[in-house]
Design a protein around this ligand. Structure first.
Ligand code: PXL
Length: 290
């Protein structure tokens, strides 16, 4: 069984970061080790959230795992709350990077042109350096703009603008850059990516659902990492992650008790697994029995 480690906070209520990554990636059949970077009572969009910083634990955990000679097939980082955490995660990557494992950095910092509470443009620059160590990064347009020190593209952009941004993101050092939340027409929303090694762009779009919920980026990134660890290609993994995120949003809208602070990703896990096994069948058409 493959094993990954994901490094991000635990927001105890709020359906984001570890409470999303752990169930989704585990359900996809991948052992999911965690380094919780902080414990918050809720994510930071609630007022009066509590916060317990676990930064001092990161290096001792890294050192213990080093002595144990643990191996991770992927290192997936999400929300990180301080410059020091960025440094320690960078050290962790140096320690556990292997030729064959995958470093996936989701530089969670903001949305809709604004940084989340507590983040600064200087922090975005430091996050950009962490992105330089990744195989795949998956910012949204807000995070990309702050990391690149460019203006937020907003909504009136062209395919060429996005291609330029993707190329600039790869120049930070990541092999593949993916931009989430891309839309070239009012009724569609999707992702675009650039593989710098193949010099190839790719994209995938869904019908836009007019609702915004917290944690959808984490649902997307988790499903993407899970699919990649199931040996699906980046393109296939992004498609599955985008479809699963859209399903989770639709499920939340349709639920009589839908909650505003996160999406109902749990009840559509069976569909996620079906999409994944269909994609795997597609790859192994001659051997597939489902
Ligand atoms: O979903 C991103 C996220 C993760 N963790 C915390 C957050 C947020 C977004 O606001 O506040 C603590």
């Amino acid at each position: 069984m493959k094993r990954i480690v994901t490094i991000q906070d635990i927001s105890c209520v709020g359906k984001c970061s570890l409470t999303v990554a752990l169930p989704i990636i585990s359900a996809m059949g991948i052992e999911t080790a965690v380094i919780p970077t902080a414990v918050l009572s809720t994510h930071t969009a609630f007022s009066e959230f509590t916060f317990c910083d676990l930064t001092p634990e990161i290096r001792p955990i890294t050192q213990h795992w080093s002595r144990e000679k643990f191996h991770f097939d992927a290192i997936y980082t999400g929300y990180l709350g301080s410059f020091q955490q960025l440094e320690l995660v960078s050290e962790f990557i140096d320690e556990f990077k292997r030729a064959e494992n995958l470093i996936f950095v989701d530089p969670v910092m903001g949305d809709f042109g604004r940084l989340y509470s507590g983040f600064t443009p200087e922090f975005a620059k430091a996050m950009a350096r962490l992105c330089g160590k990744a195989d795949i990064i998956a910012p949204n347009l807000t995070e990309a703009a702050f990391m690149l020190g460019e203006d937020y593209l907003g909504s009136g952009y062209s395919r060429e603008d996005i291609e330029l941004t993707l190329r600039a993101l790869c120049r930070l050092g990541a092999k593949t850059s993916v931009l989430t939340g891309i839309s070239f027409s009012p009724d569609e929303l999707g992702v675009m990516g650039y593989d710098s090694e193949r010099d190839a762009f790719f994209s995938y779009f869904n019908r836009r659902i007019n609702a915004d919920y917290h944690g959808t980026g984490d649902v997307f990134a988790s499903a993407c990492v899970g699919a990649l660890m199931n040996d699906l290609s980046v393109e296939e993994s992004l498609k599955i992650a985008a479809d699963y995120t859209a399903l989770s949003i639709q499920e939340t809208i349709d639920a009589p008790d839908g909650r505003w602070y996160g999406v109902q990703f749990e009840s559509v896990i069976p569909q996620l697994l079906e999409m994944m096994s269909r994609a795997k069948c597609g790859q192994n058409a001659t051997r597939c029995t489902n």
